[in-house]
Every structure is written in C-alpha cells, then in structure tokens.
Design a protein around this ligand. Structure first.
Ligand code: PAF
Length: 277
C-alpha cells in the first residue's frame, strides 16, 4: 500500500502504473460499507485509489465538520487488509483547494434542491466540487459510491454527464447492521441509548414501502409520521417518496424507479437512509 499526500506524488505514481483504475472517494472513518466499495473496485480494476479527505465545503455546520469522526491509522490498516496494493490519497485542504476553500457553482436541474439539498445549504455544491477535483486528479475508469447517499450518487452522475467525464459512476448497495441500521461513519457518534432508537428509520422505510404498495403514498406518509411522533428522541426531518431519476415526488409513473427516503435527527447526529419501493 502506498500513502500519497500530494497531488504531485499521486499523479507521478499513477503515471507509472498500467491498467484500469478504480476509485473510492471517502471521508475516512471507514466501515463495512466503504470496504464493500473497495471490494467492488478490486473485482473490476487492477489499480485501486482510495481517497481519505474530510471535505470542508460540504458541511454547512462548523460543529458537524469539527466532530466528524477521524481515524486515519485504523482506516489505513482496514484498507491494507483487503487491498495491500492500494494507493491511498490523503491530501491536506490546501492540496485540494489551494488558498480559497470555496465550492464551485453547479446547476443540477433541481436534484440538489430537494431533501438533503433543502436541509443542508450548499452541501451538494461542496460534494460536487471535491468529487470533480478528485476525478480530475485520479482520472479513474470507474468510481464507486454507496447508495445510502442516493441523492449524492444521482448528482454525481449528473455532474459527470454534464462535464462529459468518461469515468463510469458505479452505485453500490447499502450495507446494514443486523438490526437494519444503514452503516454510516456518523453511527460511531451515537450514544448506546441513541443507537437503540436508530433502527426505527429502516423499520419506518420498510413499513412505508408495504403501505405504498398495498395502499398509496398518503397512507405511507401517515404511518411514518405516526411512528416518529410516538417516540421523543428521533426527529423526522423528511420522509419523501420520489422518482429515482429526478427525485421528484409527483413523478412516480415508473413503479420500478420509486424510492423512499428518510432523514432524521438523533441528538446532534443526522441520519439518512433510503429504500427501493
Ligand atoms: O460520501 C462521502 O463520503 C463524501 O460525500 C464524498 C463523496 C467522499 C465527497 O467528500
């Protein structure tokens, strides 16, 4: 495994290697979800680049950025166990942004205005900025993203199409804990009491799916709202049933492309999840 801290060392190393390049961008605090992306990349490409970079421009809340879990040495040993030949890019903020730590402006045809985009101002502009910069540096054949951040995945696909990048964006299934909680770096911050409440999110999505299929959207909404109202710790930010293609709630005409999404606040921690309906 090679750890590369500068764009120059990354590009020199990539320049001396042959073969398809798979790329897994992360913000560290790796879990089985990230490792499944690495595994998928290894199955499809001889060369693997993993980036570990906590991107400041995608946080609208300075406290959230400060408290984002960081565990570089553990991350490196997890990567080494499954990908001993990986190139791990761990740039500093100035290596990525120079002196101006700002997001660029993108227009994503409304994909960035709903759900996470409505609740977290500027979040997707920050995500797109860093992903575009990383794609320009790594120039991967394929890049791998988890479906837990389904909206992010759709926005990155849109950005890649708009900019005509040749990288294939691959979405990978959500990894879950045995009780259904979607794996997330943020789960580490949950207290043991909060951790017991968190699986309600996936339970709500499953029950909403069955009501959506047997009855309708309104029945699914009523049920999710009642489930969250019946307890005091998890605050529902949104429950949305949308088209996977354009993330619009009123365009559910392709039943095979409908998905339910939940965001909820548990103390200081924001959790999101989604399920194909
Ligand atoms: O999903 C993430 O971990 C981040 O949003 C990403 C794609 C690495 C960009 O910082």
């Amino acid at each position: 495994m090679k750890i590369l801290k500068t764009t120059q060392s990354l590009q020199e190393t990539l320049g001396s290697i042959q073969g398809l390049v798979g790329f897994v961008p992360t913000m560290g605090a790796l879990h089985q979800g990230h490792l499944s992306l690495i595994q998928k990349s290894l199955e499809e490409n001889p060369v693997l680049v993993v980036s570990i970079f906590v991107n400041p421009t995608q946080f609208d809340n300075p406290l959230d950025l400060e408290k984002y879990p960081r565990s570089l040495s553990n991350d490196l040993s997890l990567i080494k166990q499954i990908a001993p030949d990986a190139l791990v890019f761990t740039p500093s903020v100035s290596e990525i942004y120079g002196n101006t730590v700002d997001a660029k402006e993108y227009a994503f045809e409304g994909l960035d205005r709903v759900m996470e985009g409505a609740s977290r101002k500027g979040h997707f502009q920050g995500v797109a900025t860093v992903v575009e910069q990383l794609l320009n540096l790594v120039k991967p054949d394929s890049a791998y993203f988890g479906e837990k951040d389904f909206q992010q995945l759709q926005i990155i696909k849109k950005m890649v199409a708009q900019r005509k990048y040749t990288t294939t964006i691959v979405g990978c299934p959500i990894k879950r804990e045995p009780d259904g909680l979607a794996m997330s770096s943020r789960n580490q911050r949950l207290s043991s009491e909060q951790r017991l409440q968190a699986p309600l999110i996936f339970q709500a999505l499953q029950e909403a799916k069955s009501l959506f299929q047997s009855q309708n959207t309104a029945a699914a909404h009523r049920h999710v709202e009642a489930l969250f109202a019946a307890q005091s710790q998890l605050n529902l930010d949104y429950f949305s049933i949308c088209s996977e293609e354009n993330l619009m709630e009123n365009q559910l005409d392709k039943p095979e492309k409908v998905r339910g999404f939940i965001a909820a606040q548990l103390g200081e921690i924001r959790l999101i999840d989604n399920l194909k309906f």
